[in-house]
Ligand binder design. Structure first.
Ligand code: ZN
Length: 455
């Protein structure tokens, strides 16, 4: 029998913060999303804070007590296959150039089992923080032989199938950086037939990016698949492959099918040049992704002070109406030694990097890990609306301010109305006295009261 779930007193900051909501789930979907008039008394409901995750009852009533419920996070740009490879690959200089060279040299040494374990661990870790859609680029080193490229593709497709009930994995092989040969294109075609989602690449690294972009678009056209490119990941203001990508997207009429990630050079060029490129991208209906963790780390490495930050023009892209996702990129690999697959942490890094800390901007960075990447990745039926699949994450915070300040570890991750992971019990101080001081001070220094003063 399908379980029915009702959640009272949920805060939905992406909808409205004027009120709390009652959310009902049946058959794995939202059956109603109802604005309340004030806080509802629900004595028959289990307090979410104290719920142990058991779903044995046919009808489960939960009281969120004002906690935030967001649609499941969408991580629009990851490298699951490379995650946790830093100890084996290394990157002494911390530059993008050394990361590319070192990983390419190490690629033939990795077995399919090792790659699969890295994909599984990093995917599960992301899901545990509340991510429901994961778009991963995949290493595709055909120059080392087809079997080296295909190991990663096979491992990723196996994990995609095994995790299908729990999350959606989208896979994009990174077509070779330096020569887009017929053999590479044939192998890419084969990988699409096997089940990868679309075509990726990093054409700005090619000595002849424009013909490479043309060949890649022609293949995507033949296969009917989307394109997601690492674009102008450079501090060089003259790196402008985004122009050619946008022109091709317009020519093919592929609104919503072409994504550009990184776009670092936009931050290095003059305002008018960046405005021209952003205008073309908007006209082409492209999506964009900023990867602030990796780019703060990798860019600016060749600068003397003042050192550039390397993160793209976040506010300008958003102002142009381009769906701009904030995403994880790499996790503990030669490209980025940190990161744990937690998009809330990436939202915080975005807020720092793009100077987005006003109340409105904090809500905008939450959209950059939910609604905007859902548009970038073409996720259907996304959001907490009646009739959509009930994929969501409840978090131990009641306002976006509390969420971004405290980055709560305590989260309840749900997919299709089933709880995949419930939060552990609240930690307590060993001393009863300190516990008392803690509870009293939390009550008096309260994020909800503070928000009332700010808004
Ligand atoms: Zn990347």
């Amino acid at each position: 029998m399908e379980q029915e779930v009702v959640i009272f007193n949920a805060s939905l900051p992406l909808q409205s913060e004027e009120t709390l909501y009652t959310l009902a789930i049946g058959g794995g979907k939202w059956t109603s999303v109802t604005a309340q008039t004030g806080e509802v008394e629900a004595p028959e409901a289990v307090c979410l804070d104290k719920w142990n995750g058991s779903t044995a009852d046919a009808r489960l009533l939960l009281d969120a007590k004002g906690k935030i419920v967001l649609p499941g996070f969408v991580d629009a740009h990851m490298h699951l296959d490379k995650a946790f490879s830093l100890p084996e690959v290394g990157n002494v200089s911390g530059t993008l150039g050394e990361a590319v060279v070192n990983y390419a040299a190490a690629a033939p040494r990795f077995s399919k089992e090792e790659i699969k374990a890295r994909i599984m661990r990093s995917a599960l870790q992301s899901i545990s923080y509340g991510t429901v859609v994961l778009r991963s680029h995949l290493d595709f080193h055909v120059k080392h032989g087809k079997d080296v490229a295909m190991r990663t593709i096979e491992a990723a497709i196996e994990v995609k199938e095994e995790l299908k009930p729990y999350a959606e994995l989208q896979l994009f092989p990174l077509l070779p950086y330096f020569e887009l040969s017929e053999a590479a294109l044939d192998t890419a075609e084969e990988s699409v037939a096997m089940g990868v989602t679309g075509l990726g690449g990093a054409p700005h690294l090619s000595p002849n990016p424009e013909p490479d972009i043309d060949r890649l678009f022609a293949l995507a056209d033949k296969l009917g698949c989307p394109v997601d490119l690492h674009t102008d990941e450079s501090d060089d203001p003259n790196q402008r492959t985004a122009i050619h990508i946008a022109r091709r997207a317009m020519e093919y009429g592929w609104r919503g099918k072409v994504t550009a990630g990184h776009l670092c050079s936009l931050a290095a060029m003059k305002d008018e040049d960046a405005a021209m490129i952003i205008g073309l991208m908007a006209e082409a209906g492209m999506g964009a992704v900023t990867l602030p963790g990796a780019n703060l780390y990798l860019q600016g490495r060749h600068d003397a002070f003042p050192v550039r930050r390397g993160v793209t023009r976040v506010k300008e892209l958003l102002a142009a109406g381009i769906p701009l996702a904030a995403a994880s990129d790499n996790m503990h690999d030669p490209f980025h030694p940190f990161g744990r697959g937690d998009l809330l942490l990436i939202a915080l890094v975005t807020a720092y990097a793009a100077h987005m800390g006003s109340p409105a901007e904090m809500r905008e960075v939450l959209r950059m890990i939910t609604e905007y990447p859902a548009r970038v990745t073409g996720a259907d039926g996304y959001g907490i609306l009646s009739g959509n699949p009930a994929h969501f994450v409840a978090l131990d915070a009641r306002t976006p301010e509390e969420l971004l300040t405290m980055l709560p570890e305590r989260r309840w991750v749900w997919r299709g109305g089933t709880c995949l992971k419930a939060a552990p019990a609240k930690e307590k101080w060993s001393s009863a006295l300190l516990q008392g001081y803690w509870e009293d001070s939390c009550e008096r220094v309260d994020f909800v009261q503070k928000r009332a003063l700010m808004l």
